[in-house]
Each structure stands twice: as structure tokens, then as C-alpha cells.
Design a protein around this ligand. Sequence first.
Ligand code: LLP
Length: 424
Amino acid sequence: MHFFEYRDGIMHAEDVDLRTIAAEVGTPFYCYSRATLERHYRVFDEAFAGVEHMICYSPKANSNLAVMRTLAELGAGMDVVSEGELRRARRAGVPASRIVFSGVGKTDREISYALDEDIHCFNVESVPELEVLSQIAASKGKTARISLRINPDVDAQTHQKISTGKAENKFGISWADAESIYDRARNMPGLRIIGVDMHIGSQITSLEPFEKACILIGSLVERLRAAGHDLHHIDLGGGLGIPYRDSDPVPPLPAAYAEMAKRTLGHLGCKFILEPGRLIAGNAGIMVTRVIYVKRGDAKTFVIADGAMNDLIRPTLYEAFHEIRPVVAEDRGEGMLADLVGPICESGDFLAQDRILPQVERGDLLAVMTAGAYGAVQSGTYNTRPLVPEVLVSGDRFALVRRRPTYDEMIDLDSFADWQRLSD
Ligand code: LLP
């Protein structure tokens, strides 16, 4: 569900004509719909009605400050994975008491900063991290609230690069060691155990892996409690998938996911922490790009646009499929089989391959759908292309919420070595 719809043949973001934004901001750009973000957040939140819960949005999916603020205003907490994300969350107005900190490689500096901020919970992913956290917290005279991220060794049946809950993945504490490490953590200075955590992967399109993992985690909570551990929450991580193409079967709805969580874990009386990212932001954003050339090659037709893999790397990195729609939908007869590619000097630079696109011409605007999650956050400046701008729409208003840097700003980050300076 999203608010990018055609009105009189022109795609709008809520009430704003995308051509207006393109004229003002230039292309390519990301465009987010505030109403869609809100709707996704509310649907997810309401699904957990009746049980104590905290939704900690994962800003790794989209960490634009204005997006984070939109969610913070709705009451969202955040699941951060770096000092940078923590700083963004605080700037977006998220109280530290609603922030959890995940990640396998928290540095001493990040731990120290998060302790100073007094965040709600550290999701600890290894024994060495536990030791460092204990030592830093104790030396500061503080107590870190912790949960251990347990790897339940469940196959999330998703793309291998975004599967995290199998024993061979780098994430979490192994299932077999969980209880002994909880026992160890109990006696370490500077730590207070408050929960259990897991996250098995992303873009998961069936409830089965979640249910398996929940049942396992539930049994672990029972054993840990029997061993005297005081556990207040279960953090289920994120991972619920979204539809990327109209022909995809619809992934489980938040209501079904929440029902499963309540059914498998509700009897434990724990608070749920949820870390959705894609589900909130994915369909709330698109990337708009302009066609530079249409090149009819011997073997293929290439639609060459100004948006490229540095702006949206998902197709290249995960063979991800994003619907491509014309901003101006007019009848130009039969579609054309083509690759939609960017200007970058790599054959891996594509946004769509072997796709039936409408007959496009130089200057046309195309919308790359479902790009609100893991789009702009994974963008870069390869080929010295400026970082892609971001726009937030609300009703009939729009705001540039990340501007395109100038070439000088980009190039000025570099400097010559002192032996190379040109004498003036
Ligand atoms: N919690 C943790 C600990 C995570 O590692 C992740 C995602 C999430 C929550 C949020 O998962 P979500 O609800 O968004 O599925 N760049 C990839 C996705 C990487 C996911 C990384 N972790 C992509 O574009 O598909």
C-alpha cells in the first residue's frame, strides 16, 4: 500500500506531481511519502495491540533525518547499528530510552557513546563484545542493559546476502552456547540482562521461518527463566518482506505476523521489541530518473538513464526486482524489451534487465518503485557522481530533505599530499 498514484495519467506522490519535483530538484532523486510511512507504521503498531511492545524502526533501511523524525513523531523507537545512526536518531528526536543498539562490530568508542546516551538496550552479539561492554561500563560506573542476540540457526529462505539466522552467518551467539553465555553475563560487572534478541534475515516472505525461530526462542526464555534470569523483553528483530512486483504473492501481513508472535510467545508475558525497516520504508519511496538516451544495440535495447547503480545498488547487488513505471503514462503502443541502465562504466550498472518497458524517449521520467528501503542509504559517489537527493512529500507539500552536494563539496573532501601542492 502506498500513495504513488496516477492522476490524469501523471504519477503523483500524494498530491504532488512528480514532474514538479523533477523540475525543481533535478534528477535522479528519491521521493518519500509521509502518509505511506505513517500508514505502514500504524498498521504494524496496531497489529501488536493488546501486548506490550515497542517498535524500534531500523534506520539502516532509510536514515534520512526527516524520515526518522516522521516516525519518531508517531512514537517509534530505533534499532541503530552505529554511532552515526545513534546520533541521527537522537537528532530526529528519538528518546534514548527507545533506542536499542545492534551489530556485530560495535567499537569501544561507539559503546562508550551509547553508554553516555543511556540507551535502552545493547543487543550483544558475541562473548568478546560482552567482555568489552562490561569493562567499559564498569570503568564508567555505569550499567549497560543488555540482551543477547541468539542465532537460532533457522533458514530464512531469503537471498543469501540478507540471511542472518543460520549458523554459518556472522551474526549472534550460537544456539548451543546461549545458556552458558547468559550465565556468564549475569556475573559480569556493569551489565544487567533484560531480554533476548534475534533477527534471522530480511525480505522474508513466509511466516514459517519466523514461527520456527519464535518457538525456539520461547523455549530458550523458559529455560533461562528456570535458571533464574530475569527477562523482560523478546526482541524479534525485523525482516518481514514486502511485495516488489504486482505479480508476487503478498507476503504475510503484519496482522498475521503479530498473531503468530502472540500465539507462540504471548504466554511468557514479555514485552515485544520489533525492528522493522523495509516494511515501513520500502513502499514509501521511489527513485525518479530521467532517460538520457535510448540506444538500440544489435542484441539489446538499452534505455540509458541518469540514475545508476551508485544511486540504487539493489538490482546489481541482490538481483533485486523493482517495478519501472513512466511518470507520464500515455499510450505509445506496444512496449519495448530493454535494459534500463545508468551511465556508470560497468556492465553491472542496471536498474532493470530484460524488461518490457513502455516506449520511452529521451527526456522521459521513470519511477523506480519500492525504493524507499535500502535505496538512498546504500548510495555512493562512484564515478564522482553526486550523492542522490531526497525529497519528502506530505499532502500537497514537498521538501528537499537531502540536497545534492555540489561538485566542489565532493571534490574538496580530497586534498593533495603536501609534497604535491602547486606553488602559486
Ligand atoms: N534488525 C537487524 C539486526 C537487522 O540486521 C536488520 C536488517 C533489520 C532489523 C531490519 O530488517 P528489515 O525489516 O528491513 O528486513 N540491504 C539489503 C537488506 C539488508 C538488511 C540488513 N539488516 C537489501 O537491500 O535488501
